[in-house]
Design a protein around this ligand. Structure first.
Ligand SMILES: NC(=O)c1ccc[n+]([C@@H]2O[C@H](COP(=O)([O-])OP(=O)(O)OC[C@H]3O[C@@H](n4cnc5c(N)ncnc54)[C@H](O)[C@@H]3O)[C@@H](O)[C@H]2O)c1
Length: 248
């Protein structure tokens, strides 16, 4: 595949390596600031590409989606922090009948973590002594908090766990209510990403923990998703792609 990289920061560089390793070509690197970029915006880019992979900034997501739609370029979008624009982007993609696949976390391990969170949520719901809570840690450059991955894991838990109905993300200056799921964040250093779901009882504690070692796992997932998206049209989430992989 000939791929346009949108966002040539830490993730963009990782993805470029994976693209080369898997026999694809990076035909343009779009970034308003990064050195090594071929163009500052998509308007300056050639439209001749089989796919775009975007790991950039949430503020550009809608404009970029308009460009992909107008040029019939399928896009895999890992950029986080644009939940409020989701419906706008869906409308753009569906009216153009192109392919678009977005996700807060493209790593295979993190998607296995989501599956384990759901399974544990079902099991532990039957034992009232166990109370759920979530914690995530990321590097000092991360702009959004909690992480998209933590919020996704929390939403999935709420769907299956009858005793939790609300996500609370702020630092609490009061006791937490039994129906609230606390999702706490810590920022610093170079941590690629740690997510933990703990079920705690008066007797013991069970933790499910996903710890990313490098960004390469996210990059590989995004390239595998781009390969999956080829030839499909529609507004997909990364779940659609991993559901295929997890079901074999
Ligand atoms: N979904 C996932 O699996 C996953 C994994 C890691 C990071 N992310 C997300 O990906 C994004 C990028 O992460 P990063 O660590 O590479 O950040 P980064 O800051 O290293 O790089 C982002 C780059 O995007 C550029 N950029 C900003 N606006 C742009 C635009 N409109 N068009 C093109 N480029 C633009 C910036 O100049 C910067 O070079 C963030 O939103 C992050 O949360 C998602």
């Amino acid at each position: 595949m000939d791929v346009i990289l949108v966002g040539y920061g830490r993730m963009g560089h990782e993805i470029e390596q994976v693209l080369v390793e898997r026999g694809h070509r990076c035909v343009a690197r779009i970034d308003p600031k990064a050195s090594g970029a071929d163009a500052r915006s998509l308007e300056e880019a050639s439209a001749a590409a089989d796919c775009a992979i975007e790991f950039a900034n949430g503020e550009g997501v809608v404009d970029n989606a308009r460009w992909y739609a107008a040029h019939a370029v399928p896009a895999v979008v890992g950029t986080t922090g644009w939940e409020a624009e989701r419906d706008t982007v869906r409308e753009i993609v569906e009216s153009a009948r192109t392919g678009y696949l977005w996700g807060a976390n493209f790593s295979v391990g993190a998607n296995l973590f989501f599956a384990l969170v759901e399974a544990a949520g079902v099991l532990l719901d039957r034992f009232e002594d166990y109370d759920a809570m979530m914690f995530e840690t990321h590097h000092r450059h991360k702009k959004d908090s909690p992480s998209g991955t933590a919020l996704e894991a929390a939403r999935r838990l709420l769907r299956v766990h009858g005793r939790k109905s609300d996500i609370v993300t702020e630092a609490l200056q009061r006791p937490i209510e039994p129906h609230e799921l606390h999702v706490a964040s810590m920022r610093g250093g170079s941590v690629p990403g740690v997510h933990e779901l703990t079920f705690d009882s008066p007797f013991d504690s069970i933790t499910i923990r996903h710890s990313a070692r490098t960004r390469a796992g996210f990059a590989l997932g995004s390239v595998l998703a781009a390969e999956w998206l080829a030839g499909r049209s529609g507004f997909f989430s990364v779940d659609d792609f991993f559901a295929d992989r997890l079901q074999g």
